[in-house]
Design a protein around this ligand. Sequence first.
Ligand code: ADP
Length: 397
Amino acid sequence: MNVLVINAGSSSLKYQLLNPESGVLLAKGLCERIGIDGKFTYKADGKATKDAVDVSMPTHAEAIQAVMDALTDPADGVIGSMKEIDAVGHRVVHGGEAFNKSVLITDEVLKAIEDCIPLAPLHNPANLTGIRACQKVMPGVPMVAVFDTAFHQTMPARAYMYALPYEYYENDKVRRYGFHGTSHKYVAGRAAAMLGKKPEELKLISCHLGNGSSVTAVDGGKSVDTSMGFTPLAGVPMGTRSGDLDAGILQYLMNKYSLSIDEMLNILNKKSGVQGVSGVSSDFRDLTDAFEKGNARAGLAVDMFNYGVKKLIGAYAAAMGGVDAVIFTAGVGENSAAQRMAIASGLEFMGVKMDADANKVRGKEAVISAADSRVKVLLIPTNEELMIAMDTASIVK
Ligand code: ADP
């Protein structure tokens, strides 16, 4: 079975053609500058690569057509015809409270995704455009929507409610939704496989640490709390996002500097986080380099981030009444041995004991805790596209 996974943005579209059973990636690439001019990138093992070549893309439909042409190209393609694509899995950012799992796309589903636009005004419209373009180019091929928020819909009310007047929840759907759900679900499933246990038997803390970061408590295979909130601005400090902060700061700064709410939110989303604290970069590699050359603020930014993640691990262990394994994933979690060590050390009191040698690993599944550590610490590379393909396959079968 072949599943095409689509992640559509407003002017870009990422794609992967995968076999969800074997996990084999047949081809992947990116369409950029849709609606402007159009750049097309395509990679498949052992085939000629196209790198940002000019392809006219007035709309997402031409972008999808370019993907089809490349996949079925007699010389560099990986399939004979479009008939060899059994289904399409679409990443959709926000499913609100309407979706607690992936679903086959129907007219009602499209309407419900539209209803969630106020919750994700930048992302859901782009995701919808991608779905409609695919439907146009690939009529009759079953399509599935996989939501970033769905995995977290199992959170209990005490975890998802904000302590605001209740009507803002009832009337306006203001609550914690959480994001990165596809990634947390994937690594939690892999953790159970690595530990030889059923997901129902495990209490896990999944740390997705990348440019955007979130930490999730997974009890018995279900998300019971997560650090991102109503929007992906909440939680630990991120590349350029502030993470949690005292809302009183907004009033203070907005008054003092005559900032509009849009200007303030732009600061919180784009100019804060480790970038804002360090003044150096949003990229953790640059921060480590700068710190080694004596930049104390770069060191402070990384330290604040690591401390934020550590505090959440403690909080979620308390929330679940224990933890069997802590998982590190995404750019920082998969690559930075030093940050994994900084985050997990000092947690010996709750049964976490790292193995410094085992931790000298990058980008592959590994147990990085000591043999006698009561709580296992796992490195698990995330694979959101494979998770989307797996969900899609299970729904269309
Ligand atoms: P995104 O949220 O954009 O998907 P990623 O999961 O790709 O982000 O993570 C990007 C982050 O991972 C960057 O901040 C980058 O610095 C960090 N990263 C990648 N490699 C390393 C490394 N070797 N050491 C520390 N951080 C790394």
